[in-house]
Design a protein around this ligand. Structure first.
Ligand SMILES: [Zn+2]
Length: 424
């Protein structure tokens, strides 16, 4: 019997990925259905629905779900959910599809039919409704009024841009997923389905597992967060995003190598597991922190490590807003539909010369001048310009992998910095 936290929503892992003869038959059928092209973000969502990472979701959200999630963090059936999971289609496709139709969802990049879907609802989202979604989901303490938010959001917030660029119509309905795309082969050994990570944790005899979310290369501060969690849990799941990021971010393959080097050289290997998940970043800060906890619960993690500016972008969110939001979310009326994975809140961590080790704002009494404070953004900027890094920021093994990556780049990317990056 498993001692792990149960999947979110009280229905077990709701996997919609077909296998064997059922898969062959559905693939055959899909050839005859109307094909609808999907974006990379939707492809990631679809795979997560397929493998049970988004349990209890079994398809794309209805308008009532969308509205409830934006407004109260609840789907129409009262299940906690922090970020809309919707499928937008072109006007042309929307015109040709009726409620009740069955369609095939096609990934143009991989030239592959990813899923079939029973369309239960077709609905429009006006520009004003999309703006409302952005204000509900993406607005934070960094831009507390709608006026301040919109002054910069359309230009500087990739999540807002994604929502505003969505097409006018959405389709809702249950899906049957036919493929996990390139993930199982490209990230073999790292890409896990929730049932796989749960088996690894069960085999290790774990019950309390903490998840570390990573989208940047793993440095000393991430290592420290992980080690704090190792001390208080049975194990840590270092879970990297292997979907799409912003231009200028470091690709997943390089980041996975950095984690391997760190785990091999600086961890008791049996206490950590590395995994990857197929989503794109939404940059929804606090709301995304909640989404991270929802799907980590499905992967078998009872704790979600939340540090400084989790899933943030620019200066849109307060440094610890992704921690405090866990205390503010409304409780669903049925306890089984609540989020069970809880945050492991850790203050800003860094190397301090006077402490002579890793420390946090809660443990280190010294000043800014004694601490090595460098954000992932500043680091990428320094590496891409070929400059030296401050001592104790990263482990030598990791820095060597990153240098090799930047030296191999033929085109230099410009990296935008912001005030949160400097520690001011
Ligand atoms: Zn100190």
């Amino acid at each position: 019997m498993s001692n792990l936290i149960p999947p979110h929503g009280g229905k077990g892992l709701t996997c919609c990925l077909l296998e064997g003869a059922e898969l062959d038959a559905e693939k055959q059928k899909a050839q005859g259905l109307k094909k609808v092209s999907i974006s990379p973000r939707i492809k990631g969502d679809l795979i997560m629905i397929g493998i049970g990472g988004f349990s209890p979701l079994t398809g794309f959200m209805t308008k009532a779900d969308w509205k409830g999630v934006c407004e109260n963090f609840l789907t129409a059936d009262g299940t906690f959910w922090p970020v809309p999971v919707t499928l937008d289609v072109s006007d042309e496709d929307a015109g040709a599809i009726n409620e009740g139709d069955e369609i095939a969802l096609y990934d143009p990049e991989g030239d592959e039919i990813m899923a079939t879907m029973q369309v239960t609802e077709k609905y429009a989202l006006s520009n004003d409704e999309k703006k409302w979604e952005c204000e509900k989901v993406y607005m934070g303490e960094g831009t507390p009024t709608a006026e301040e938010f919109w002054k910069i959001a359309e230009e500087d917030h990739p999540g807002v841009q994604m929502v505003m660029n969505q097409q006018a119509f959405n389709l809702a309905g249950p899906v049957k997923v036919l493929s996990e795309g390139e993930y199982p082969t490209r990230y073999a050994g790292v890409y896990h389905r929730p049932e796989e990570s749960r088996k690894i944790f069960d085999d290790a005899g774990w019950s309390e597992v903490a998840a570390l979310q990573l989208r940047n290369p793993m440095h000393r501060s991430h290592e420290y967060l992980c080690k704090i969690a190792v001390e208080v849990c049975d194990g840590v799941y270092i879970h990297s995003l292997v979907g799409n990021l912003k231009p200028g971010d470091i690709p997943a393959g390089v980041r996975v190598k950095c984690i391997d080097a760190l785990v091999k050289n600086y961890f008791v290997e049996k206490n950590v597991v590395q995994g990857g998940y197929p989503l794109d970043m939404r940059y929804a800060g606090p709301r995304e922190g909640l989404l991270h906890a929802v799907f980590r619960q499905n992967y078998g993690c009872s704790k979600m490590i939340i540090g400084r500016d989790h899933a943030g972008v620019g200066d849109f969110y307060g440094m610890f807003e992704a921690q405090t939001i866990f205390d503010k979310i409304p409780a669903p009326s049925e306890p089984g539909k609540a989020l069970l994975c809880s945050p492991l809140k850790i203050d800003w961590t860094f190397y301090c010369y006077k402490c002579d080790g890793m420390a946090s704002l809660r443990t280190c009494p010294h000043g800014k001048e004694d601490r090595v404070l460098l954000s992932g953004t500043m680091l990428r900027k320094m590496l891409s310009e070929g400059g030296d890094l401050p001592d104790h920021f990263g482990r030598d093994e990791v820095v060597a992998i990153l240098r090799a990556y930047y030296e191999g780049l033929t085109e230099k990317v410009e990296i935008k910095t912001h005030k949160a990056a400097t520690g001011d």
